[in-house]
Design a binder for this molecule. Sequence first.
Ligand code: CA
Length: 296
Amino acid sequence: MSQGSATRYPLVLVPGMLGFIRLVLYPYWYGIIAALRRGGATVIAVQVSPLNSTEVRGEQLLARIDEILRETGAGKVNLIGHSQGSLTARYAAARRPDLVASVTSVAGPNHGSELADYLALHYPADSARGRILEALLRFVGWLMALLETGYHGPKLPVDIHASHHSLTTAGVALFNQRYPQGLPETWGGQGPEEVGGVRYYSWSGTLQPGKTDRGGNRFDGTNRSCRLFAATFVRERGQCDGMVGRYSSHLGTVIGDDYPMDHFDIVNQSLGLVGEGADPVRLFVEHAARLKVAGL
Ligand code: CA
């Protein structure tokens, strides 16, 4: 067995909004955990409230990190977050930098999501449309909790308004004022490599007609959703993965921000159906090697 992914500290994978560890038999990090383990890494996928604020999710993650450190005997963890999981990881690292070796943001809305802004504008909480959206999210959250087989902890609280606010440009701007670690100083720039002993990294993709809508994605409805959602983007029009903009995703060392992948492809969903030229699993394996070389 290759030991290329055998990082010093465990890799802790943090899912995004409506995230999960495993729905019945279907894992969130499809094919990724197995590939990292084949490379010798200790990998732990965690669950936090699928619909809640970044701060609430971050506190849950901190509690889980404590357990992981006890279970593995490790001194720190490497956090890899997808989407809102990136913000969640940033929160945990900002609060307890002594427990976190690195934070890696995978398609993280580190400066907010223009899709969330669109929904705040066109589906306000006090409107009929807003209430229908909220009821739909509540139902999906309830159904997913029912199907979740990878999580065995206590029931996780739901707060749909807080969840939504945590993803808008205004909501993330407030979050960033309190927890600026790893953010670039200029729009589209790179952030610092290290803050307070924690290394920061990010990567993300964009929708690229002729690539991301081909291959396996022709059979993946989530790609169609991303193309629909991309129409809500203004500032990063034509430069987003359907849910997060290219520059909005920047944090720490930017490994890449224009991989041909939509917001779901980047974690190899659904069922490994991705567009042409995309290899999301390889990015995780390469990153584990990067962390290993950095002594993390
Ligand atoms: Ca896909």
